[in-house]
Structures are given as C-alpha cells and as structure tokens.
Design a protein around this ligand. Sequence first.
Ligand code: NAD
Ligand code: WQD
Length: 338
Amino acid sequence: MKILVTGGTGYIGSHTAVELQEAGFEVIIADNLSNSEAGVIDRIAEITGTRPAFEVVDLTDVDATGKLFLKYPGIIAVIHFAALKSVSESVERPLAYYQNNIVSLLNLIREMECQHIPHLVFSSSCTVYGQPEKLPVTEDAPFRTPWSPYGNTKQVSEQIIRDVCRVSSFNSILLRYFNPAGAHHTALIGELPLGVPNNLVPYITQTAAGKRDYLRIFGNDYNTPDGTAIRDYIHVVDLAKAHVAALTRLVERKNTQQAEAFNLGTGKGYSVMEVVQSFERVSGVRLNYRYVPRRPGDVEQVWADPSLANRELAWKAEQDLDEMLRSAWNWEKRLMER
Ligand code: NAD
Ligand code: WQD
C-alpha cells in the first residue's frame, strides 16, 4: 500500500516513515527541504533496509503538487506533516505561515480529490486547546483563541478538513500532538533544529553540548509544585507508531466519523525542572540553567487525556521521559560528531 508522507524528511515525518516501512507500507516522501536535509532518506534506508521514494516538492506550488500525484499513481492515503512550525517565528512572519501551512493543505486536498484518494492523517497540535479549563485535556475541550498565527493555522486546517469531510467521501484523522521529544534509538535520525531552538529538549541538549551558554527556564512562579511550567512530553517514536495505527484505522475503514481527532500524549505532565533533572540523570552532565521571566504566550500546564487514542487506535505511548532525554542526548552527540 502506497502512502504519501509530506514533510517526511522532517523530525516526526522521518520517524513515521521508518515505522510505516517496518509495518510493510510503501512510502513516498515529498518535502521542500525548507527545514530538513535530503540525507535523511539515506538514514531511513539504513535503519529499515528500504529506500523510500523521494521528491523535492513545494506543496504550495499547485502544479508541482499535481505532478507528484501523477508520477505516483496508486497512492491510497496521505500523512501530511509538511508545515512551518515555529510559534515565535509565526508571530514575526504571519503571512509566510498562513501561505505555507494553509495553501499547502488546500493544494493537497484538491489533488487528493482529483485522484480519488480518500484518506488523510493530519498533524495537529495541543496548541489548539491553549490553557484548558480541565486537566487532563480531552478532545472535546473547546478551542481557545490562538495566541500565534502558527496555532491559528492548526485550528483553521482542522476546520478546513472537517468542512471537506462533511460534503465528500473524504476521511481524516486529526492527530493533536502534545510535546514531541527524543530521537530514534539508532541515533541516525532526530530533530534538526536550524538556528536557535525554541523547544525545551533541543535547547537542553545544545546547552550540554556547549552550543548554548545556559538554558533559560521561562518562569519559576507558576502555580505548579516546583513553580515551572508543566507539559506532556511524548517520545517521537511513540508518536510515529500512532500514525501507523491511525492510517490502518482509515484504510480498514474502522473510523466511526469522517473526521476524527485524537490526543497523542502520555497522559503525564512533567515540569521544566523535572525534564532538566531527567536529562542530568541519564547523561551524567550537569546543566547550566537560569530562571528568567515567563515566555509570552506560554500556558501554565497542559497534559493529555490519551484514553480515546488508547482505545480507538489500540495505541499507547510506551517510552518514558528518561528514554526521551537519553535518545535526544545520543542524537545530539551524533550531531557533534558530524
Ligand atoms: P519539521 O520542520 O522537522 O518537519 C516539517 C517538514 O515539512 C520539513 O522537512 C520541511 O522541510 C517540510 N515542509 C515545510 N513546508 C513545506 C512545503 N510547503 N512543501 C513541502 N515540504 C514542506 O517539523 P516536525 O516537528 O516534524 O513537525 C511535523 C508536523 O507536526 C508539522 O505540521 C508541525 O506543525 C506538527 N507539530 C509539531 C510539533 C513539534 O513540537 N515538533 C508539535 C505539534 C505539531
Ligand atoms: C516547553 C516548556 C517553556 C524552552 C510548543 C508549541 C506547540 C507544539 C510544541 C507545535 C515550556 C519551557 C522552553 C526554553 C524553557 N508545537 N522552555 N526554556 O511551548 O509547550 O509547545 O511546541 O505544534 O504548539 O507551542 O514547547 O518545548 O517550547 O516549551 O523554559 O529554552 O519548556 O516555557 O514551559 P511548548 P517548548
């Protein structure tokens, strides 16, 4: 079964390509390499023994997107990772984010309709919930007014997909990721932050590697046990496996609605301080950090109720926080060697 993976040379896409190939799917990757490198294809091949087909395509280019589908007839489903993903950059460059994330989705759905490809798995985000009133957050929690254009692209994209599902035979699973972290156990693929990372875990590993002077911990005056903010970190390989489960649900027509949303998290929240302590424990490296004021737009605490995904996708996150930090550190060390 041929699956198109957009954004497949990126962080989550590459791990998913590995899991898909290991589950027996034939993978075609399309990526414009705006935030990844083509060498990832070699490393996917090294891990799995199979080289996925790869096309450099910008999905905002409608003609190029059309040609992609013509070149690979018989695609049965698409997993759409391709997007710009920096919250802070989206505040500075809102048009670039709307143009890239929305136009690429529209082009993709239009081509899927032309080619009668009915199944789409979409990368959404816990950012759609903002600071939820009830924790753990369930899928029926209301969306909050998005703080960033990036967050808005996820809300709007979900709405576009729901609207299309309502009037066609299109089926979609919207996966709302909490905080992905870690890398493949082989350390052959992982997150490749270009420039200064925004996210906590790459900032920690880059600080330990000497690329950054110290970690700024944004806020120690939150209403949490140690005063630092709480998130639900999920191992990227667990996340990747959930995509295989979602895809299988769609192709086996086990979905109960045309557009279904699932939270992908572990169901456990950890504070920034607990993440730092986990890193120090597994790496044996003492981390240089300082408390600084809260980061604008950050919520105090959020973690998932993943029980719907656990039940309906027959999937559960298995790897713990230490494993996320251990694999992230191994990946950082591999990057240093390169
Ligand atoms: P990533 O940047 O590593 O991967 C995204 C890939 O998409 C990159 O390889 C990039 O080159 C490609 N891309 C971007 N625009 C494109 C376009 N117009 N045409 C073709 N390719 C394009 O990001 P990631 O962390 O792997 O995220 C994957 C998806 O998951 C994104 O949609 C992101 O918004 C979403 N998400 C990520 C996180 C996270 O913390 N990493 C959390 C929630 C949701
Ligand atoms: C985690 C915690 C920070 C960096 C973002 C997006 C979200 C989703 C995941 C895409 C927070 C603290 C961080 C640092 C710190 N992405 N922190 N020092 O903000 O929960 O979520 O990525 O969809 O949409 O908003 O993740 O990793 O940036 O932060 O203290 O240098 O670590 O304040 O409490 P976040 P993060």
